[in-house]
Each structure stands twice: as C-alpha cells, then as structure tokens.
Design a protein around this ligand. Sequence first.
Ligand code: CMP
Length: 142
Amino acid sequence: MTERTLAIIKPDAVRNNVCGEILAKITQAGFKVLGTKMMRISPAQAGEFYAVHKERPFYGELVNFMSSGAIMPIALEKENAVADFRTLIGSTDPAEAAEGTIRKAFATSKGENAIHGSDSAENGRNEIAFFFAESELVANRA
Ligand code: CMP
C-alpha cells in the first residue's frame, strides 16, 4: 500500500553539509519526494513535535538540539514507506545501526543521529501535516 512518511534531516547533518548525500540515498531507495524545505524551528515547536517524549529524561536535550540549527523536513511517499524508511535510516543508536544505513554513515550519538523517520502511517500523516500545507505537496498540485 502506498504510504507517506516524514523524514527530518537534523541539525547535526545540516551542519555537516550532508543533506545532498542523504537525499541521494533516500531517492536511490525508491522514495518519491513530495515536498521539502530548509527551515529552523523554535524550542516551542520542537517541544510540540516531540510531545510524545515529554516524560523522557532526554526530552530537554532533544528539544534544544532540534531547535539548535536548520533542519530539512522531507515528505516522502512509497509502498510500505514507514517500515522501509526506518530500515534505511537504521537504529536510533548509531553504534547499533546496520552497515549501509543513513545513521551508520552520518550519526554520531543517540541524540545527534542525523535523521528522523515516522514510526507509523498515522504519525507519518500527522507529522507531514506539522511541517507542510497540503498545497505544498507536489502530489496535490496540478
Ligand atoms: P527520532 O527518531 O527523531 O525520535 C525521537 C528522538 O529522541 C530520537 O530520534 C533520538 O534522537 C532521541 N533520543 C532517543 N533516545 C535518546 C537518548 N537516550 N538520549 C538522547 N536522545 C535520544
């Protein structure tokens, strides 16, 4: 089934100038880019995006990091997009990420791990809506 998922190239990867390399891996894996932008979010916006992790000990660190510099959200579409994208990015902890995954190549720690991927189809839709108006997604334009 065709699904949508949200990727975010995180501030560490933007600072390291690897957005192009990451985007190439994503498109080579068969994902269609519906929309992307370079932007910076406030701590309040980062806190809202990661609200599900509010009670976790790393929440403050996560919010600070995600608002520390530019990010690149990318709305993606593919058959089985959510699971396939999580396979492509690898484990949260780069020390456990498989060879060939984006986090193996570009992440440095559990916190600064280069890229985000939605964890369910429902979250994929909601997370895309957090960053993009429907009119900004190419599939919805004439
Ligand atoms: P992400 O896929 O963006 O979703 C939640 C994020 O929380 C996760 O990637 C990590 O970057 C971050 N995270 C998870 N565990 C830890 C941890 N132990 N310390 C710091 N950040 C973490």
